[in-house]
Design a protein around this ligand. Structure first.
Ligand code: ZN
Length: 68
């Protein structure tokens, strides 16, 4: 079971984003509304992924709010 944990990882991708009113709580830069995709990989092979929307910072990449 311990080995299994090391073989599974998650990769987060931003599919598209556009600027939105508001600023990042971490760096103070502009926020963007983004369409995200998280893929879960086993031995670097994606076997599950989901799409979700979130408000992210376009500068530091912090997730400020997610719609889920
Ligand atoms: Zn930021």
């Amino acid at each position: 079971m311990v080995c299994f944990c090391f073989l599974v990882d998650q990769k987060r991708m931003v599919r598209r984003c556009k600027p939105v009113a508001g600023s990042c709580s971490r760096c103070g830069r502009g926020a963007s509304v983004a369409e995200m995709r998280t893929s879960t990989r086993f031995c670097y092979i994606p076997f599950y992924w989901k799409s979700w929307k979130a408000i992210i910072c376009s500068f530091c990449g912090a997730v400020l709010k997610s719609y889920r």
